[in-house]
Each structure stands twice: as C-alpha cells, then as structure tokens.
Design a protein around this ligand. Structure first.
Ligand code: DHB
Ligand code: FE
Length: 282
C-alpha cells in the first residue's frame, strides 16, 4: 500500500536555487532564508519518503502558448533539468515513479478530474528549488518524484476550490495504490504573495500571507473561497501560485499536525513561506 506521511509547502524562488548552486547560502541575506529550512532537512529524514508527489507550476519552460494543460501528471521514468536561460541547474536528473503515476492518473480521471498525461518533460525551478531546499546538494535525489504541474501562468488558472477538491482525489488515488509499500510526501510549491511585473511589481502582503498560513491547516475550506480577483488584488499577479498549497492540503487527512511554519521577507521579489504538516492516516 502507499501511505501519505505528510505534506510540505514552500515558495520556489529561483534565486534560492542560484544561491545554493553558487555557494552563497552563508551570506547574511540568504542565510536568514535558509535557516528556515533546517527543520525540513531533519523532517524529511524522519519521514523517509520513497516518493514525493510534487505539485508545482511550470513557468513557460516545458509548456508555452502552444500547449497549456490545466493539470498534468508526469508518468515518465525520468525528467531532465530544464535550461531556464543560464544553463540547467547543476542538480541530478529527477527520477519518476511510473507505476504510481499511472495509477494516480487512472484513479483521478475516473474521479472526473481531467489530467494531461506526460511521458516526456523537462522540469524547472518550481520543482527543483524545493527539492534542493529539502535535500541540499546531492549526487542523486534520494527519492522518486512525480511531477504534477498546474497552470497558473496563462489565465484562466483553476479555482482554489477545484484545486482543493483535486487534492482530495489525489489523496484517495495515492492511498489506493496496492502494488508496493510506499511512503509518500506531497509537496505544494509556489507563493506566497509576489508580483514580478507591471506597476505593482514587488508587492508583498504579509497580512494576507499570515492569514493563509493560519488557515491552511485547520480550515482550508475558508481558503477555497478566495477568487482569482482576490488573489490578484491581495497577493499580486503571482500569488495565484498558492492554489498549489491547496492541492497539497486536500491530499492530506481532514485533521493535520502542523510541524513547522516559516515566513520571511526579503528573498528576491517574493514573500517566502514554508510549512510542514503530518497527515493523520488510519
Ligand atoms: C520569483 C518567484 C517565483 O515564484 C518565480 O517563479 C520566479 C521568480 C522571484 O521572487 O524572483
Ligand atoms: Fe513561480
């Protein structure tokens, strides 16, 4: 059986990847950010997942205006690291888990959520930066990863409510995998408030972010009511990435134990938020 151990959310700011790749993590500006990930490093060892189900968004890297899946699942054996303009990050190729991925695709599609099945894809900072934050610099990732990209780049992205309900279907799908005993951790990356473009570039909304962190554990239903317009107004044009946190949350049990919470500004243009939850499975 597959068991969901817990979930982890984190911003995926590309400059954090560059800081790690270029040996800058001890510089005061960056150290203040990386200190918030110490708990994740010990927690992931305790949780010892076999598979990370990694919900993130592609940033017009694997996809373009040619093809825009709302929800997609990576079923390949492996996923190369994308070149986002400075060459691919010096991190290992991501190894998938095709058996679990295909099982989840079947279960979730039969549960009436349409997924795009992907058998060839490069992965960008939305996926690699969170892995580096948790596992540090490694020769091989010590875990299999199922990439689950969600469109938040081209309007219209999926609603918060649909994302939360999709998370529930994903949780059910993962729990019903019987072929192998697997420990699974679900990641939801992106957020928190940030805007990278236009007149409001640099927007940060601490009040909104902290309220989101307060609610996601005990009362995610409240967050499912946030409309696209409210995300845009309150959390900036890229704050919509927070829907990935709701997919993660939906996959966990109704009640969860919050293990860790971190919030930090400044880090590039984004309010960095990071949380860890343990799922209370039967
Ligand atoms: C930044 C944050 C993001 O989520 C992203 O995808 C790109 C850049 C930033 O803060 O620089
Ligand atoms: Fe992003």
């Amino acid at each position: 059986m597959a068991k969901i151990i817990g979930g982890l959310t984190t911003s995926h700011v590309p400059a954090l990847g560059a800081a790690m790749d270029n040996g800058k993590t001890e510089e005061p500006y960056w150290k203040a950010v990386f200190d918030g990930y110490e708990r994740a490093k010990s927690w992931i060892v305790e949780a010892s997942p076999d598979v990370i189900f990694l919900v993130y968004n592609d940033h017009a890297t694997a996809f373009s205006m040619d093809l825009i899946p709302t929800f997609a699942i990576g079923c390949a054996e492996e996923f190369p690291i994308a070149d986002e303009g400075w060459g691919p990050r010096p991190v290992p190729t991501v190894k998938g888990h095709p058996d679990l991925a295909w099982h989840v695709a079947q279960s979730v599609i039969l549960d009436e959520f349409d997924l795009t099945i992907i058998n060839k894809m490069e992965v960008d900072h939305g996926l690699t930066v969170p892995l580096s934050l948790v596992y540090g610099q490694v020769k091989e990732w010590p875990v299999r990863v199922i990439p689950f990209p969600v469109n938040v780049v081209q309007y219209p992205p999926p609603t918060a409510n649909r994302c939360y309900n999709l998370g529930k279907a994903l949780g059910k799908a993962i729990r019903s995998f019987e072929q192998q005993d697997l420990r699974v951790v679900v990641f939801g990356t992106g957020g928190m408030s940030h805007q990278l473009q236009g007149k409001r570039a640099g927007l940060i909304n601490k009040k909104f972010d902290l309220a989101f962190q307060d609610k996601i554990g005990p009362n995610p239903q409240a967050l499912t009511k946030i409309s696209h317009l409210e995300f845009l107004r309150e959390s900036g044009s890229e704050g919509i990435e927070l829907v990935m946190w709701l997919i993660m949350r939906g996959a966990l049990s109704e009640q969860v134990k919050e293990v860790h919470r971190f919030y930090h500004v400044p880090a590039s243009n984004t309010a960095v938020g990071h949380m860890i939850f343990e799922s209370q499975e039967a």
